[in-house]
Design a protein around this ligand. Structure first.
Ligand SMILES: *[C@@H]1O[C@H](CO)[C@@H](O)[C@H](O)[C@H]1NC(C)=O
Ligand SMILES: *[C@@H]1O[C@H](CO)[C@@H](O)[C@H](O)[C@H]1NC(C)=O
Ligand SMILES: *[C@@H]1O[C@H](CO)[C@@H](O)[C@H](O)[C@H]1NC(C)=O
Ligand SMILES: *[C@@H]1O[C@H](CO)[C@@H](O)[C@H](O)[C@H]1NC(C)=O
Ligand SMILES: *[C@@H]1O[C@H](CO)[C@@H](O)[C@H](O)[C@H]1NC(C)=O
Ligand SMILES: *[C@@H]1O[C@H](CO)[C@@H](O)[C@H](O)[C@H]1NC(C)=O
Length: 417
């Protein structure tokens, strides 16, 4: 874990440097080489060559073994020199990994094919880190790895999508689909606060808690200013947070709701202690909330047991967000077009770097920024409005989950065995 953290610090500074120097020309070159690579090589071949070139040859058999065989030796060395979030999308015939129409936990609004999308290239892209490879998804090993565990997603609708994606990925390895069920018999809805899906043959659950701000949201006191209808208590974590404590895996996100329209536009203002902070900026409030989250993790979570992730901001691809105009492309964009940068993501990185316990940042902002082809557009449950924020399933959230699983695998694989 320490190794991963150290590595992470290094890769963050690397990425900062890289992004401040990257020119459009470099990006085009990148795109060309991406296409080129996609044409001539497939997964393991390239990783073998790269591993050879970089002198990591000893790593590869171990990693492969770890993913296919499960429960094998060191994967530590694997992370050296590999920033898993720095890479490109390559076409791969092994994708998509599931059919959303056959997964009862993919909500209709995200099942683009099921809602009439005709172009299908968007289903077939695999994320390829520059200096390493994400091993092919092996559902049986993963199901065994998750046996007896409790996996908890906390956040907004983007978190719900990722929760659905993970369930659908895992269900491809379960023969009796009825052995997988929501523990309260609830249906997926946009407002529901808790959903828990149990894989009974493997004795694990994959849960989702809706907490769009992570901190407490309360109705405002009667005697306060009229415009203040509710407040976010930036120094108090959401009151359902006690239910997140005993998880083996915790995956947070937040960001989409920290916008003027969803806050001030609805009469929601910030509060710290007993005082209203009417003039506080959203950036400052987000950082304050994350500091609250960080000290909650430090005091409430036993990170010997619980692997904590925070996923960074999911870029959207509106051509005009106020007019709700968006154009879902047929191919990923050749350039990130600035969408790889996000103040939310920067804040998450800064807060986590300062923490005293290990937390993995899933820095998916830049990899997702290329995927203008992967949003639901008009193929949602409400075709009258276009949506370039949410993602189709199968799709980009599957890749986020493959990275989560790779981290878990690296961690749950005992280096001494
Ligand atoms: C997905 O499953 C549905 C229902 O079984 C089927 O009609 C459809 O052809 C499948 N789609 C693909 C792309 O396999
Ligand atoms: C199921 O997992 C829990 C831990 O989450 C464990 O306490 C329990 O013994 C397991 N049950 C079985 C039947 O293995
Ligand atoms: C976590 O593990 C470390 C080292 O093994 C140990 O010193 C520490 O007490 C453990 N913390 C908890 C909360 O169990
Ligand atoms: C990583 O795995 C080891 C056992 O292999 C475990 O002791 C440790 O608690 C895990 N850490 C996290 C953060 O999951
Ligand atoms: C959508 O984007 C594609 C490619 O970026 C472009 O060719 C097309 O004209 C755009 N359509 C609209 C309606 O903007
Ligand atoms: C990190 O923590 C130190 C000490 O608690 C504090 O002074 C500093 O402002 C923090 N930095 C960030 C980026 O949060």
């Amino acid at each position: 874990m320490i190794e991963i953290m150290n590595h992470f610090n290094r890769s963050v500074s690397f990425q900062r440097r890289a992004s401040s120097f990257s020119s459009p020309r470099a990006n085009r070159k990148n795109w060309v080489s991406r296409v080129f690579r996609g044409l001539i090589v497939i997964g393991s071949v390239i990783s073998f060559c790269l591993a050879l070139g970089a002198g990591y040859i000893y790593v590869l058999p171990n990693l492969t073994q770890a993913f296919y065989g499960y429960g094998i030796s060191k994967v530590d060395g694997y992370w050296d020199g590999c920033n898993i979030f720095d890479g490109s999308w390559v076409l791969n015939d092994g994708y998509p990994l599931y059919n959303a129409s056959e997964c009862p936990f993919a909500e209709q609004g995200f099942n683009c094919l099921g809602n009439g999308r005709r172009d299908k290239y968007y289903l077939r892209w695999r994320w390829k880190p520059k200096n390493c490879d994400i091993p092919r998804f092996n559902v049986q090993s993963i199901l065994e790895m998750l046996r007896d565990k409790r996996i908890v997603f906390v956040g907004d609708s983007m978190s719900r999508t990722q929760w659905e994606s993970l369930i659908c990925l895992l269900m491809t390895g379960v023969e009796d689909k009825r052995s997988v069920y929501e523990i309260n018999g609830n249906k997926i809805t946009k407002q529901i606060r808790f959903l828990g899906v149990r894989f009974s043959s493997f004795n694990f659950t994959v849960e989702f808690f809706r907490s769009v701000f992570l901190v407490q949201h309360n109705w405002a006191a009667k005697h306060g200013p009229k415009r203040v209808r509710s407040t976010l208590k930036l120094d108090k974590l959401d009151d359902i947070s006690n239910q997140w404590v005993n998880a083996d895996v915790l995956i947070f996100n937040s960001g989409q709701w920290w916008v003027p329209g969803k806050l001030f536009g609805t009469g929601c203002y910030f509060q710290v202690g007993n005082s209203l902070k009417l003039g506080m900026s959203i950036d400052t409030a987000f950082r304050t909330a994350l500091d609250t989250w960080a000290s909650w993790v430090e005091t409430m979570i036993n990170t010997n047991r619980t692997h904590v992730f925070f996923r960074t901001f999911e870029p959207s691809h509106w051509s005009d967000q106020t007019l709700r105009l968006c154009n879902v492309t047929h191919q990923p964009m050749p350039e990130a077009g600035g969408r790889d940068q996000s103040l939310f993501s920067d804040t998450i990185l800064e807060v986590v770097q300062n923490m005293t316990v290990p937390v993995t940042v899933l820095h998916i902002t830049s990899m997702s920024a290329f995927r203008s082809d992967a949003h639901v557009g008009t193929w949602s449950d409400n075709p009258s409005v276009s949506d370039c924020s949410h993602w189709c399933l199968p799709g980009v959230p599957d890749s986020w989950n493959e990275i989560v699983l790779l981290y878990l695998l690296a961690n749950y694989t005992d280096p001494l065995q």
